[in-house]
Design a protein around this ligand. Sequence first.
Ligand SMILES: Nc1nc2c(c(=O)[nH]1)N[C@H]1C(S)=C(S)[C@@H](COP(=O)(O)OP(=O)(O)OC[C@H]3O[C@@H](n4cnc5c(=O)[nH]c(N)nc54)[C@H](O)[C@@H]3O)O[C@H]1N2
Ligand SMILES: Nc1nc2c(c(=O)[nH]1)N[C@H]1C(S)=C(S)[C@@H](COP(=O)(O)OP(=O)(O)OC[C@H]3O[C@@H](n4cnc5c(=O)[nH]c(N)nc54)[C@H](O)[C@@H]3O)O[C@H]1N2
Ligand code: SF4
Ligand SMILES: [Mo]
Length: 884
Amino acid sequence: MPHETRTTCPYCGVGCGVIAKVDEHGIVSVKGDPDHPANLGRLCSKGSALADTLSMDGRALFPEIRGERADWNDALDLVAQKFSEAIAEHGPDSVAFYVSGQCLTEDYYVANKLMKGFIGSANIDTNSRLCMASSVAGHRRAFGSDTVPGTYEDLELADLIILVGSNLAWCHPVLNQRIQAAKQSRPGMKIVTIDPRRSVSADLADMHLMIRSDGDVALFNGLLAHLASSSAFDHDYVAAHTTGFPDALEVAKSRTILDISQETGLTVVELRAFYRLFETTGKVVTCYSQGVNQSSIGTDKVNAILNCHLATGRIGKPGMGPFSLTGQPNAMGGREVGGLANMLAAHMNIESEADRERVQRFWNAPTIAQKPGLKAVDMFEAVADGRIKALWIMATNPVVSMPDADRVREAIRNCPFVVVSDIQKNTDTAALAHVLLPATGWGEKDGTVTNSERRISRQRGFLDLPGETRPDWWHMAEVAKRMGFAGFDYAGPAEIFAEHAALSAFENGGSRDFDIGARANMGADEFDAMMPFQWPQPRGMAASTTRFFAKGGFYTPDRRARFIAVKSGRDDRTGSDAPFILNTGRIRDQWHTMTRTGKAARLSSHLAEPFVEINPADALELGISKAGLVQLENGFGSVVLRALLTERQPRGSVFVPMHWTDEYAADARIGALLAPRTDPVSGQPALKHAGVRVRPAEMTAFGFAVVAFRPGRFDAPYWGMAKAEGGWRVEFGFDAMPDDMEAWCRDSFGLSDRMEHLAYADSTTGQQRHGFFEDDRLVLAFYAAPEPVAVSRDWAVKQLSTSLATARARFAILAGRPGAGQMDPGATVCSCFSVGVNQIVAAVADGCRTVEAIGNALSAGTNCGSCRVEIKGIIDGCRRQAAE
Ligand SMILES: Nc1nc2c(c(=O)[nH]1)N[C@H]1C(S)=C(S)[C@@H](COP(=O)(O)OP(=O)(O)OC[C@H]3O[C@@H](n4cnc5c(=O)[nH]c(N)nc54)[C@H](O)[C@@H]3O)O[C@H]1N2
Ligand SMILES: Nc1nc2c(c(=O)[nH]1)N[C@H]1C(S)=C(S)[C@@H](COP(=O)(O)OP(=O)(O)OC[C@H]3O[C@@H](n4cnc5c(=O)[nH]c(N)nc54)[C@H](O)[C@@H]3O)O[C@H]1N2
Ligand code: SF4
Ligand SMILES: [Mo]
């Protein structure tokens, strides 16, 4: 029976509502939920392509012990036994859980309860340590609690939006769409971006401050000093609701505008213009993300920003406030259940004896962790040096995403016992598991997530559970029971959520920000029907839009906010042997380690290879050619990537996306080059700043292939593969052209001898082309040349889905280009409608002058809108060329 289900997108922290439809043939389609307050019907490219990521390709469907299929009972018994043994022999701190902001609140709650209340250690940390820890620490220092004061509506009500270290257009695209729509109806609204590179988000801004890496504290200290002697200073608010202002101001004032200019790399004119804009605009929202958090001074950056909002009283009022944008769908839920090693459940403090006693009593627990546990980087250090004897990794891929990733891989490999709960069986981390527990994924599982604006929404299952997959909370609860613990007999997520809600209200009485007591004692039916709501929602309070701190009421002992005196200063990681700053981050259409988005052809066509962005002048000096291959290395590791020359990148710095793994590329795990260096307050690693050497990777031969099935890894110094319509596409770089290319192809792709083989070789140019066919189908087309291969990628991919019944058609594959009259669409710009750059350029030539006109002609940019900025860039580029 066709049916529709309301659920929530499993990717970014915007937390968009999704309506998933399953038709009579079982085909899934998704659209934005017009009634969800986060997105009001909108979706971005990743959300729109959710249905394409649900294939069973590579799914973990059965429990495995050392790579062999096992029974659930045996697997769970083994996990319980190994954890119990380690605890009995070496104490509770010899075991650890490393979980994820992609766990549902219910999964997270059970994991945290088991570790802190029953095992009695706080060695549970999460990938949120790599993501939100500095924001959490900054909030707690200033507010006494981890509270995001504002709501998404504030973004639409603001007159000035400042994006600090946030590539909103690519990473929180629906918020970006909401801001763009607001700006269109109120053109007076201003946007400022602060980022060392000119990201796509900067293209939409009225002012871009190309700040030097980690110059943010200096910039916002300068702003504080400026505001203090301006009319924007809110003397009454500061006097009534804060402490510590004089000290913060004194430190801020210790730098002159020239010092600040030097520390930030911005001109005095730029600084003054920015300070003046902030001063004269009452309704300011400052959004910040990983350019702030992922730094060795991340917590100070957060407080430098909060200081400016406190000094002006611009907090918790419509259209005003600091706004920490959360990355993962349930980064906030994880903080609510206390899933970080230095927190306790329901925003209680692990340092407080009263809080510990209260949580223990509520849980009826045999014990309670007495001190904070190991934070992610220290946790893997403890795995490496043998202190951790049993480790459970859930819904995260640390072999790729941790700093010093090669060392983390070795640590996991050498750990006596490793459990991985994942939906995919071949992730770089899952491949190292002793016990692999197959999890139910998005569309199958049930529970809740909390988005950046504190809104709790349901994820609902609408598909049958594949194979023997089970939800993550069940993995944890079953092991807890087998370890002999009571209190884990949950019938389902509704019971877990109700307990979590009850704990939030337990002996609270307004002393803690997180209170959803109105949802305690809820039954399964109510949970099923639960509509999105914002916290707090104490018992008796109706769901409503909520903000914090407009009238003070902070969660410090004196209920006043604290200004934090933060010293500026850089932690420069470059040196003569590693002169370039390595900056890392995200691209529009991939999610983290690509285990899901990598399955969707339309998401993989936007940027199909691991790459490094480098300024053209630097490339020229280093002898790196356009689309050449580049090696980055330092004392920690090395990678080989495609060069992308762009003026967006400042000189002396390179940008590399974090997404590529050993599943998708030869050598592109950029985490391997990042030092395990952390912020001293939050423990968050500095993932945006390392020193690297950059040099051309000398290759004498290149290849490009389209293949009908998913190949394995290759023996070549460079390769990167991407899902394509009807198969896969792979780029290669070789030290030397293989002597017998046909044999190399057969061997590397595992082709059977029965396939028809056609080949063409040109001894003068050194080009080789090979086609392998089965009946009228192309199985593999391989193009090799001494220079980067110039075949049209999109045309080649299309041949995988074309019937090649005649010998003539099969020979045309060797020609490697479209026949007469067929247009090569070029690199994909719009992934929703598969529109390429050449098509857009042609439409501009035909008279389309606006993004709207392109949309009318080609549909490009009319669904999720994520590519509208790029379309505008192409139109502008065509015009510039025409004018030259
Ligand atoms: N498409 C896509 N969207 C995502 C994700 C994804 O994987 N793919 N992941 C989600 C997650 S978990 C997260 S955490 C968010 C992250 O969202 P963002 O933080 O917006 O994304 P990043 O690309 O990691 O980094 C943002 C910017 O910080 C800049 N930056 C680097 N150093 C500095 C500095 O010293 N100062 C300043 N001011 N800026 C600096 C970088 O140049 C980069 O442009 O995205 C979420 N959304
Ligand atoms: N260099 C660099 N490194 C970074 C960053 C950076 O900017 N630069 N950013 C950091 C940040 S902010 C983040 S958030 C991390 C993200 O890094 P990770 O968390 O390591 O990346 P993901 O690919 O999201 O990993 C999620 C895993 O969970 C699996 N999974 C999906 N759904 C489920 C489920 O329902 N249950 C279970 N059990 N598993 C599931 C997926 O298959 C995948 O293996 O990376 C961090 N690392
Ligand atoms: S903005 Fe995109 S990725 Fe983020 S929740 Fe919405 S649809 Fe999902
Ligand atoms: Mo994140």
